[in-house]
Design a protein around this ligand. Structure first.
Ligand code: NAG
Ligand code: CA
Length: 224
């Protein structure tokens, strides 16, 4: 009995990675609190690739992926600005805007973003379509303790969310690597072919914590 109790406590405390294949995080409500925190043991990045899928009907600003460190709340941020064809990246606190994006409402879309500190250059891939390559910051790594958040945009390390930048919709297939994926590997992700899952975040083995009203649901399949 004591053993079972202990086992229960251990399971409750330890972050047990979950296989979220075929699932989504659903953010069904505009709030300044509901979010998902993603956890990894890696804390030092000279390069980053983040890929995820999302679904929304928001026309206003919203955050798709927010990574903050104590010294920089925008250390790696993928942000949709209200302007309909623009997506913003913030890396090491520096900002650049990517125009001419075909951001579609009420449709699953994928977004990937790559950066490395050697060149300082980042790139965005919306539904597999590459952007111009733009300079953000070179010569220094993203160093933890990092806090990664879905559903909200951090203006402090782990908080200071703005309700008007929250995501209402769904997110799925979140992966992160500590290196740059080649265009072919990105296409394997986009087309849901075989790809090497993220070695920082892996949707099939995800460490996370839900705060507030965020649901884990089956990804709906359209039936023709
Ligand atoms: C959010 O947007 C609404 C509508 O534009 C505005 O009235 C409100 O003050 C904003 N809230 C915050 C916290 O910025
Ligand atoms: Ca911020």
């Amino acid at each position: 009995m004591a053993f079972l109790l202990l086992l229960g406590m251990l399971t409750a405390c330890a972050a047990v990675p979950q296989d979220l294949s075929g699932k989504t995080f659903t953010f069904p409500q505009q709030t300044s609190t509901a979010h998902v925190r993603l956890t990894t043991s890696k804390q030092d990045f000279s390069a980053v690739t983040v890929c995820l899928r999302f679904f929304t009907d928001l026309r206003r600003d919203h955050s798709l992926f927010s990574l903050a460190t104590p010294s920089n709340d925008n250390d790696f941020l993928i942000f949709k600005s209200g302007a309909n064809d623009e997506i913003d990246l913030y890396i090491r606190g520096n900002h650049a805007r990517f125009g001419g994006q075909e951001y579609k409402l009420n449709m699953w879309q994928s977004i990937c973003s790559t950066w490395n500190s050697a060149s300082g250059v980042a790139q965005l891939w919306l539904d597999g379509k590459p952007s111009s390559r733009k300079f953000f910051s070179s010569g220094s790594n993203i160093r933890g303790p990092i806090i990664m958040v879905l559903g909200q945009e951090q203006d402090s390390h782990g908080g200071a969310f703005d309700i008007n930048q929250s995501l209402v919709g769904m997110t799925s297939d979140v992966h992160m690597w500590d290196y740059i994926l080649s265009p072919c590997e990105i296409h394997n992700y986009v087309d849901e072919l075989n790809f090497t899952p993220g070695n920082v975040l892996n949707w099939r083995m995800l460490d996370f914590q839900i705060v507030g009203r965020v649901l884990i649901e089956d990804k709906q399949k359209i039936c023709y």
